[in-house]
Design a protein around this ligand. Structure first.
Ligand SMILES: [Zn+2]
Length: 151
C-alpha cells in the first residue's frame, strides 16, 4: 500500500514526441553514420583489416590503427550496461525524469543513449533492450532503446 505512486513514474517522453535536441552536424567521419539514421538503420564501424567493431565513428580502428573502416548494420538489440536517472534537467528543453544509459549492443560495441518507455522501477543493468528511433527535425534520428517486449 502506498508504494504504487513511484512505480507509475515513467522515463521522460517517448520516442515519437521528442523535445528539441541539439545534435552536432555530420563531419567526414560521422556522415555515414548520420546518413544511415535517415533510413533508420543503426550502424557501427567495422575494420576491414581486423574485423573489429567500434562505435562511435572514428578515423582509425581502435584495435589495429588502420584507417580501412566501413559501416555495417547491427541488430538493434542489446542490454543496459549502466544507466543514470536524471530527475532535474540541466536545460528547460529536457523533461525529467529521463534515463541516460550505456547500452552494450549484441554485436559488442557500447552506445551512449536514452532509455524510453520504461517504468523507472524496471530499469536494471543487463535489462534486454531494443532499438527505437527519436526523429530529428532535419530527417536524421537518434537511436534510443526501450525494454525488449520479447524478453
Ligand atoms: Zn582494425
Amino acid at each position: 500500500m502506498g508504494t504504487e505512486a513511484s512505480t507509475a513514474e515513467h522515463t521522460g517522453g517517448n520516442a515519437e514526441s521528442p523535445p528539441e535536441y541539439r545534435v552536432p552536424p555530420p563531419d567526414e567521419v560521422t556522415a555515414g553514420w548520420w546518413d544511415a539514421t535517415r533510413e533508420r538503420r543503426l550502424v557501427v564501424q567495422r575494420c576491414l583489416d581486423c574485423a573489429h567493431l567500434q562505435h562511435y565513428p572514428r578515423a582509425l580502428c581502435t584495435a589495429c590503427g588502420k584507417t580501412s573502416l566501413e559501416f555495417t548494420d547491427v541488430s538493434g538489440r542489446g542490454r543496459i550496461d549502466t544507466y543514470s536517472v536524471t530527475h532535474r534537467a540541466p536545460r528547460p528543453d529536457l523533461t525529467p525524469p529521463y534515463v541516460v544509459a550505456r547500452v552494450r549492443l549484441a554485436e559488442g560495441p557500447v552506445l551512449l543513449t536514452n532509455i524510453v518507455d520504461c517504468p523507472l522501477d524496471r530499469l536494471a543493468c543487463d535489462l534486454p533492450v531494443v532499438l527505437a528511433w527519436r526523429p530529428l527535425p532535419d530527417g536524421r534520428a537518434l537511436p534510443v532503446f526501450r525494454p525488449d517486449p520479447d524478453a
